[in-house]
Structures are given as structure tokens and as C-alpha cells.
Design a protein. Structure first.
Length: 323
């Protein structure tokens, strides 16, 4: 089955890792499925359901362990499941999907605004915040703190191999927030000089273990060793319900050419995972739209999240990289 143009575009953008954070990926995926649904020529419930499921399968093939897109797909596919179970009309399914997509988009923006509000309240005037890599959620918090009139400064390192830390440099310049940039190897010096660490997250497991850009785990270790509070900022859409049944995270590898140039010896093995795992005992709290969440409370929040039976059957193979 040929894919709608909007689905083709979002698949290429997810595959190329050019969208940004996990929430941004989710929003683009939802917008693409909404566009496809509105423009679909499907004349029957089964035809539209098949079209949506095919699009979801294609997205799963390129989707790394990012909880918000997965939760978004659950929300949309649950509408498909319910429509089939209730023998709804094709127009009823189309309307339900549009409404659910709009609800997800509104929910995401509202959640991020609340995270920004709560996170900014934690920052005091004169604080220096260490931030690793890039996170649109942390950026919102820092901007809100600045708008509250607080005099703050930010420290960041490169976050190799893709240097996402440098994206933060541009953002802080835009916000008028002083920033210090260091090499990744300087985290052991820079973090003890900071008042707190704030990082984003890609996925949060039911145990509180968190998947973040590689290098986050060492940052958490340094913060713990020096008594610096370590906050992970994330709305609850970052909670990965598949971990409730013990499924693993997908940790992708950075391409060899981003680490070694073509002149490097062919026998040199490159190990460059894109993510690492930060254990819950190193996390002071999660800053969420529900307030400050203790890592021990994560699994309780997951149990009320909407799940699609159809998508649940696909998740084990996806999680093991065999989908």
C-alpha cells in the first residue's frame, strides 16, 4: 500500500533524527497521521483502519525508544480498536482520530507549560544550572525563570558526537542567559560548580530508570558524588508503558563516520550508543506537569495511560528490534 506524502515525510525526518526532542517527534507524527486521516479516500471502516495501521507500522520501523511518539500511537490506535469493536462508520472513525490528534497536541503543549512553571519555581535568583545536551523542555524552564526576573546562568558541554549541547548555546543567546560551554570531559569540574543539573529525557521506565542522551549517566554520577540536585524534566508522556512487562529499551548506535573518519584503521571498532541509562537512585526528582515526581512513583502513573490492544501485540517485536 502506497503511503500518504505526510507519512513519508515524517518517516524520513524520524529516520534522519532531524526533528529535535521526543515531544517534537510525537507532535510531528500525530500531525502527519491527522493529515493522512483527513485526506484519506478510504470508503469503509476496514479500509481506513488498514491505512492507519500500515502508517503506524512504517513509523515503528524507524522509531527509536522515544516514549511520547509511542504513547501518541497508542492513543490514536486505541481509537481504531474502539471503532472496530463498536462497528463505527468510516466517518465516525475519521472524526474520532481528528479529535484525538487535537487532544494530544493540546495535552502536550499544556503539559510543557506546566513543566516550565514548576521547574522555574525550583530555580532561585543567582543559580547556575548545568544542562547536558539539548532539551526543549529544559529550555522552556530556563526561559520562564528568566522571564520571572531571575538572574541565572547556564553551563553546558558539547554532547558529542552530534554536539547537541551547542544548540543550547544558541537558545541561551536568544534568551539573553549567560552560558559557559565546556568539553564533555569537563563535567567533573563543571557540575560541582553548579547549583543543580537539569536534563531532558527520551524515555522513563516503570522502575524510574531513564533513557537520555549518552553522557547523562556520568553527569548524574558526578552530581550525586558532589551533592548537586539532579532533575529530569519530562511530562508524563515520557513514561514507557511497555516497560511494565519488562520489555527493553531500543538503544541505537551512532554511525561510525560520526566518530572516526574514513582514514581510520578498518579494524578499529567503534562503540557509540546514542543513549545511556540513568538509574533512579541518582535522580532527585522528575519535574512533570503533575509536579515533582519521585522515581519510585513512576509505575503507578503508567497504569492509567490509554493502550491499544493492536499496538500492544506489535510492541514486543519492536522493542527487541525484530519488528
Amino acid at each position: 500500500m502506497a503511503q500518504h506524502k505526510a507519512i513519508e515525510i515524517v518517516i524520513e525526518r524520524v529516520r534522519g533524527d532531524v526533528i529535535g526532542g521526543a515531544a517534537d517527534n510525537a507532535l510531528e507524527i500525530v500531525e502527519a497521521i491527522k493529515t493522512m486521516t483527513v485526506e484519506s479516500k478510504a470508503a469503509s471502516l476496514d479500509a481506513l483502519a488498514k491505512e492507519i495501521e500500515t502508517a503506524v507500522d512504517s513509523i515503528l520501523h524507524v522509531l527509536p525508544s522515544l516514549a511520547p511518539p509511542l504513547n501518541a500511537l497508542h492513543m490514536l490506535m486505541k481509537q481504531v480498536d474502539d471503532a472496530i469493536e463498536n462497528t463505527a462508520s468510516v466517518e465516525e472513525l475519521r472524526s474520532a482520530l481528528r479529535s484525538e490528534a487535537d487532544h494530544f497536541i493540546s495535552l502536550t503543549h499544556d503539559a510543557l507549560e506546566k513543566v516550565a512553571q514548576y521547574g522555574a519555581e525550583k530555580i532561585k535568583d543567582g543559580d547556575s544550572i548545568f544542562m547536558y545536551s539539548m532539551s526543549s523542555t529544559v529550555w522552556r524552564i530556563l526561559k520562564r525563570a528568566k522571564e520571572q526576573g531571575k538572574s541565572i546562568s547556564v553551563a553546558v558541554t558539547e554532547s558529542r558526537p552530534d554536539n547537541e549541547g551547542l544548540w543550547t548555546v544558541d537558545k541561551m543567546s536568544e534568551y539573553g542567559i549567560p552560558i559557559t560551554v565546556g568539553i564533555d570531559a569537563a563535567i567533573g569540574i563543571m557540575i560541582p560548580q553548579s547549583d543543580m543539573v537539569m536534563v531532558g529525557a527520551d524515555v522513563i521506565a516503570s522502575t524510574g530508570e531513564t533513557l537520555c542522551k549518552v553522557g547523562t549517566y556520568p553527569c548524574a554520577l558526578v552530581a550525586k558524588a558532589h551533592g548537586v540536585p539532579f532533575y529530569i524534566t519530562a511530562d508524563t508522556l515520557k513514561l514507557d508503558t511497555s516497560t511494565l512487562i519488562g520489555l527493553p529499551f531500543q538503544i541505537t548506535e551512532t554511525p561510525r563516520e560520526k566518530v572516526l573518519d574514513e582514514k581510520a584503521p578498518a579494524e578499529a571498532v567503534v562503540y557509540s550508543p546514542h543513549f545511556d541509562l540513568t538509574p533512579p537512585e541518582l535522580i532527585t526528582a522528575f519535574v512533570t506537569e503533575q509536579g515533582f515526581l519521585n522515581p519510585a512513583a513512576v509505575s503507578a502513573w503508567m497504569r492509567d495511560m490509554p493502550l491499544s490492544k493492536t499496538l500492544q501485540t506489535k510492541i514486543p517485536a519492536w522493542a527487541h528490534g525484530t519488528f
